[in-house]
Design a protein around this ligand. Structure first.
Ligand code: 8DG
Ligand code: MG
Length: 134
């Protein structure tokens, strides 16, 4: 059996202690769950390049800088993912979901109330630790 791991660029988009979340479409892998926006790295792209492209496509924002936060590898059984998570704090534009999906700013203290994919537990912990839960 061959293991195919999907490399995903993920952005924790932060402004004034709030994080922009989007909700995955019902038909997608991990459908209906909330996520930090991002998507698969294409051949030849660095993670940062993939993140800039994905956040432009998904949210119509222009990312000027990002910095590594953590890497999470997770096996969903039907799919193995490597989430390369970056802080995104310098960007232009107001994020708005370009794919008809739900999106909203959420206070760090409210992240625990959202239904994320299992791989996101460690990400949420790190974000809450960095920003505080109050
Ligand atoms: N963007 C994002 N993906 C996540 C998170 N947590 C998590 O397990 N994932 C998983 C779900 C998917 O299997 C993969 C993301 O890839 P993606 O969004 O490009 O994949 P997709 O298949 O939904 O997109 P597409 O190729 O159909 O356009 O990573 C998260 O917080 N953000
Ligand atoms: Mg995506």
């Amino acid at each position: 059996m061959s293991i195919k791991q999907v490399h995903v660029a993920v952005g924790v988009i932060e402004r004034h202690g709030h994080i922009f979340l989007t909700r995955r479409a019902a038909h997608q892998h991990q459908g209906d769950k909330w996520e930090f926006p991002g998507g698969k790295c294409e051949n030849g792209e660095t993670v940062a390049q993939a993140l800039v492209r994905e956040l432009s496509e998904e949210l119509a924002i222009t990312v000027h800088d990002c910095s590594p936060l953590l890497v999470v590898c997770h096996d969903y059984g039907d799919k193995q993912v490597k989430l390369d998570v970056h802080w995104v704090r310098q960007f232009d534009g107001e994020p708005s979901s370009q794919e008809g999906l739900e999106g909203r700013w959420v206070a760090a203290s409210e992240l625990a109330n959202y239904d994320f994919p299992a791989a996101n537990v460690a990400i949420v912990e790190r974000v809450v630790a960095a920003l505080g839960a109050d």
